[in-house]
Design a protein around this ligand. Structure first.
Ligand SMILES: Cc1cc2nc3c(=O)[nH]c(=O)nc-3n(C[C@H](O)[C@H](O)[C@H](O)COP(=O)(O)OP(=O)(O)OC[C@H]3O[C@@H](n4cnc5c(N)ncnc54)[C@H](O)[C@@H]3O)c2cc1C
Length: 523
């Protein structure tokens, strides 16, 4: 078996092979198409596939990762961007899943990706309409969450313990919170990702630093017992990849390549509101949806002046769309629920952007999608012995990958203490946005171009675009706008990035570009 360099737990850096770009893709593709055999071919470049590629490569296995679009093209860019301790699983009585989440959160915030995950305070308002019994129950749940945090060894300096706060303090943290009848609030802490797509790219690049061959715009058409048949989506040329093991990490598309994976996708939608409209909150607000167990509507403050309002949970049976979009009903429901808890009344004109994603939930009898487990499963295809890794969530991607690769090799998993590229943090004095998004690589990004915003109110800089093309495998303008910089979340930002990106991307890439995926209008 061949393998990548042994970095023994040190952060991988671009010099050690973490740079991905068109030239490296072409060389890796040529090697694979020329008959090169790998130990593991991973299909799907979301967080699950990137996690498997990193796990296998860091154990010394040779790996190819094939993604039919771009890294993080699927569900992995449409999440709530929380690395959470699993409180909602406690409400469903699933302590094991909550513990797994709390433990993985600790690893991500402590060693694996502290540059991409930050503590976020959450306020649960206790209005006069909230029965005292319900408030006491919510507080008891937060205490169990604290116990899991302590058990997972997340220090209270990283995530302080939950406690009750006054109405005044609650409104200081979240100024738009409705004042009338506000008795007090509960304050707790969880992990927030700078950006989910950036986590995927960081995991994939760390895998590349360990020797993985990461090929985007390579769709797998068929699985065989000795590998896969694929198509180079940029040229239309077919090729085969020979591999000892095949792992499918194709999320909600898992049923397309093998039989026997029963999924019940559920759509979750978010709206993006300018933070100024809500008084520039420093804490998230979390309110239970009346009459629904374990369902909450939250307003999550994000960097770059936005607040994300979520989250819906709607069964999405039928054909899987390439880019899901919130329905008009979901948008109305989110605006109404959020407005009920806030001083301001939010309407459609306040929405700066919107997005929806499909959860790859494992099917269960007649349960509502909100009640289906967020656990993961490994399904073996009897015809080819390929493993499909399905379900789960972003927070637990590392454990999911470990479970899958344990089925392929006896070699010890090394990812629990393996920092991603960019860890642990940017040096002091780095431009704030670059520090948040690139960590230790921020100075290298800044060397590539101007770090000022491309236009007033547009947070993206020219340096980020150049870095994405040279080191992060951005092959199309859409890759730049919708995955690397996330400017696609706000139409005005996207326009500025598309204009600035002209000339940075080779002409051939236009054939791979999809139509705009930014802030689709509600259907
Ligand atoms: C609305 C919403 C909010 C969420 N919030 C959170 C959260 O806050 N925290 C959390 O921990 N989890 C959250 N999750 C869950 C989490 O986002 C998902 O579990 C996770 O992103 C799934 O990743 P994946 O890699 O399995 O799937 P995907 O990201 O969908 O990746 C699958 C990839 O496979 C590719 N593919 C498909 N078919 C082929 C083929 N034939 N050949 C090659 N490639 C192929 C696709 O293009 C895609 O890129 C949320 C989910 C949703 C929907």
């Amino acid at each position: 078996m061949t393998g990548g360099p042994d970095t023994r737990g040190r952060p991988a850096d671009a010099g050690a092979g973490a740079s991905l770009n068109a030239a490296r893709r072409a060389a890796d593709l040529e090697w694979l198409a020329g008959g090169g055999t790998v130990d593991v071919v991973v299909v799907g470049g979301g967080i699950t596939g990137a996690g498997v590629a990193l796990d296998a490569a860091s154990r010394g296995l040779s790996v190819a990762l094939l993604e039919r679009r771009d890294l993080a093209h699927g569900t992995s860019r449409w999440s709530s961007k929380l690395v959470h301790g699993g409180l909602r699983y406690l409400e469903h009585g699933d302590v094991g899943l909550a513990w797994e989440s709390a433990r993985e959160r600790s690893r991500l915030m402590g060693r694996i990706a502290p540059h991409l995950v930050r503590p976020l305070p959450f306020v649960i308002p206790l209005h006069s309409g909230v029965a005292r019994k319900a408030g006491a129950k919510a507080q008891a749940g937060l205490r169990v969450g604290d116990a899991l945090r302590i058990g997972a060894r997340t220090s209270r300096r990283v995530l302080p313990p939950s406690h009750r706060i006054s109405a005044l303090e609650a409104r200081r943290l979240a100024p738009a919170l409705a004042e009338t009848g506000l008795r007090a609030a509960l304050l707790s802490w969880d992990g927030q990702l700078e950006d989910d797509a950036r986590l995927v790219v960081a995991v994939a690049r760390t895998a590349a630093a360990h020797g993985a061959r990461v090929i985007t715009y390579a769709g797998v058409a068929a699985v065989r017992d000795d590998g896969v048949e694929a198509v180079d989506e940029l040229t239309g040329a077919g090729f085969a990849v020979r591999a000892r093991h095949v792992v499918l990490a194709t999320g909600v598309w898992s049923g397309e390549l093998i039989d026997g994976v029963a999924l019940r996708p559920s759509r979750g939608s978010h709206l993006l509101i300018p933070a100024g409209k809500l008084g520039d909150p420093r804490a998230a607000v979390n309110v239970p949806v009346p009459g629904e167990r374990g369902r909450w509507v939250f307003a999550l403050p994000r960097a770059d002046g936005l607040v994300a309002i979520g989250l819906t949970d709607v069964p999405a049976d039928g054909p899987v769309p390439d880019t899901p979009c919130p329905s008009a009903e979901e948008e109305t429901m989110l605006l109404e629920h959020a407005s009920a808890a806030l001083e301001v009344s939010l309407g459609p004109d306040d929405v700066a952007g919107r997005y929806a994603g499909l959860r790859p939930l494992l099917a269960g009898a007649d349960e509502a999608t909100a009640d289906l487990s967020r656990r993961h499963a490994i399904v073996e295809d009897p015809a080819t012995s390929a493993l499909a890794l399905v379900g789960g969530k972003l927070t637990t991607y590392r454990q999911m990958a470990q479970d899958a690769v344990d089925r392929l090799t006896d070699r010890r998993c090394r990812t629990a203490r393996l920092p991603l590229v960019g860890a642990p943090a940017a040096p002091a004095g780095s431009p704030p946005r670059l520090a948040r998004r690139y960590g230790a690589e921020a100075p290298a990004v800044a060397e590539l171009g101007a770090t000022e915003p491309l236009a007033p109110g547009v947070p993206v800089s020219e340096a980020e675009l150049r870095w994405a093309v040279e080191h992060e495998l951005a092959l199309t303008v859409d890759d730049l706008a919708d995955r690397r910089t996330r400017s696609g979340l706000v139409p005005e930002w996207r326009e500025a990035v598309v204009a600035a990106a002209a000339g940075m991307i080779p002409a051939w890439s236009s054939s791979a570009s999809e139509s705009s995926t930014s802030a689709p209008s509600p259907s």
